[in-house]
Design a protein around this ligand. Structure first.
Ligand SMILES: Nc1nc2c(c(=O)[nH]1)N[C@H]1C(S)=C(S)[C@@H](COP(=O)(O)OP(=O)(O)OC[C@H]3O[C@@H](n4cnc5c(N)ncnc54)[C@H](O)[C@@H]3O)O[C@H]1N2
Ligand code: MOO
Length: 417
């Protein structure tokens, strides 16, 4: 915000809708409770939709992924060599079997060249690796040169080794990653039934924000416009709009009222500064505050509200994260992520429990979120962890969740690329 001379237009709005004195403490929720409200206020996940594999990435499965086939679908050669029947030596028969071909049955004491991935002929007892066989093509004879006799079924991947048709491979709620796409394709899928992704509109508030070049004349670069969209995407959101909005009550009110998004995310304006209009806006649009500040450092002025539904009756929520960049990230992981995750039908990822290598600096009364670096089970704090700083976070691979007073340590993993 800028314009310290502007007059504050309204006082605070408590979670029950009553007014509080400017600067008075609002009833902060505990960090765990705030996350739980953010998740439960979503109600049921958004409806399920069919999506072609390539379009399903980032969605959550609305149904368990059941195998549509045995995997492998047929007994398969695991190595290049010969399919053999019996202990050898063998009579060479046939031109060979390639992947994608359907072989003829193999007679007793015969062998046929075979490629990795090719269906193993009926009657074959093993695959002899290329480097373990001596073929005399003139005499049509193959001898075993293996270091030890070839056991039955050697280098044959039996049909159904990985799964049987109809077997559950992944539970509903699994996020479709590139790895899931690969498995789904292998298991026979062309499309997947997934939850619709929650649509998000991002409003970045602050007259002081520049969108290019270096900070100057009291103005700073907007760090959250670049930081939040990919992170929201990683939370399962479909970003449908993102814009800077001036510190102006009417402009913010219009933007919030007209947004068609399932979730509006705002940055800044959560506190009680002269041009912090978010609470006034929420009152002006008849929003219902669900969380109005959280006992967490940084980010305590963060809030969550239910907005009036769209004309067609779709519920809308607003997550207001503070303007200080690390505090905004705290708001994202505390309120936006659980809400988006539930709307999108994802499993709730619980924090991991780890051990701190050295004492981590907690807060006496509030939960503290601290950018950390992890090595194995150990976490170490990173410097430059102030609410307005991003330097520690940029190097971090997690946010340690320190309960009031300090240890034990839970870890929220940060999205990876
Ligand atoms: N009297 C009090 N003042 C403040 C309190 C308080 O309890 N009493 N809380 C402080 C805390 S904690 C935070 S966090 C901030 C929250 O402020 P707002 O959400 O109202 O954010 P702004 O005032 O708009 O901005 C704060 C700060 O962040 C910078 N900013 C804003 N947006 C961006 C952006 N997109 N990229 C980079 N930097 C941004 C802005 O320039 C300010 O420096 O309130 C404290 N005050
Ligand atoms: O939430 Mo604030 O960032 O603690 O200063």
């Amino acid at each position: 915000m800028t314009g310290m001379t502007a007059s504050r237009t309204a006082d605070g709005l408590a979670a029950n809708g009553s007014r509080t004195e400017p600067g008075a403490l609002r009833s902060a929720r505990t960090w765990e409770r705030a996350r739980s409200i953010a998740r439960s206020c979503a109600g049921q996940p958004l409806p399920s939709v069919p999506r072609a594999l390539a379009d399903a990435l980032g969605h959550a499965l609305a149904e368990p992924l059941l195998a549509l086939t045995d995997l492998p679908p047929f007994a398969t050669a695991a190595m290049d060599g010969w399919a053999v029947s019996g202990p050898g030596p063998w009579r060479l028969a046939g031109a060979g079997v390639l992947a994608g071909q359907e072989p003829l049955p193999l007679g007793r004491d015969t062998a046929v060249p075979i490629a990795t991935g090719a269906p193993v002929p009926a009657g074959a007892t093993a695959v002899l690796r290329h480097e373990h066989g001596a073929a005399d093509t003139a005499r049509g004879r193959l001898d075993d040169r293996s270091p030890a006799p070839v056991p039955e079924s050697q280098d044959i991947r039996p049909r159904g080794q990985e799964c049987r048709s109809g077997e559950p491979l992944l539970p509903a709620g699994t996020t479709v990653t590139e790895r899931v796409l690969g498995l789904a394709a292998a298991a026979g899928y062309d499309r997947l039934t997934v939850h619709r992704r929650p649509s998000v509109e991002l409003f970045v508030l602050g007259d002081e924000l520049l969108t290019r070049v270096a900070p100057r004349a009291g103005r700073v670069r907007d760090a959250l416009g670049p930081l939040l969209p990919p992170w929201l995407h990683a939370c399962g959101a479909e970003l449908i709009g993102r814009r800077l909005i001036a510190d102006d009550l009417a402009a913010l009110r219009e933007a919030v009222l007209r947004s068609p998004a399932d979730v509006v995310v705002t940055t800044g304006s959560t506190a009680a500064g002269p041009v912090d209009f978010l609470h006034d806006t929420l009152r002006a649009v008849n929003a219902r505050l669900l969380v109005d500040s959280v006992a967490v450092r940084p980010g305590h002025p963060m809030l969550l509200a239910e907005l009036p539904a769209t004309a067609d009756g779709r519920a809308r929520r607003l997550a207001g994260v503070p303007g200080n960049p690390l505090a905004a990230v705290a708001g994202l992981v505390t309120l936006a992520e659980p809400l988006l995750s539930r709307l999108g039908g994802r499993h709730g990822a619980e924090p991991l429990r780890l051990t701190a290598g050295s004492a981590l600096p907690g807060h006496p009364r509030d939960t503290r979120l601290l950018p950390v670096f992890t090595a194995g089970q150990e976490v170490s704090p990173l410097p430059f962890d102030g609410p307005a700083m991003l330097r520690g976070l940029a190097l971090a691979d997690g946010l340690a969740v320190l309960p009031p007073g300090g240890a034990p340590v839970d870890l929220l993993e940060l999205p990876r690329r």
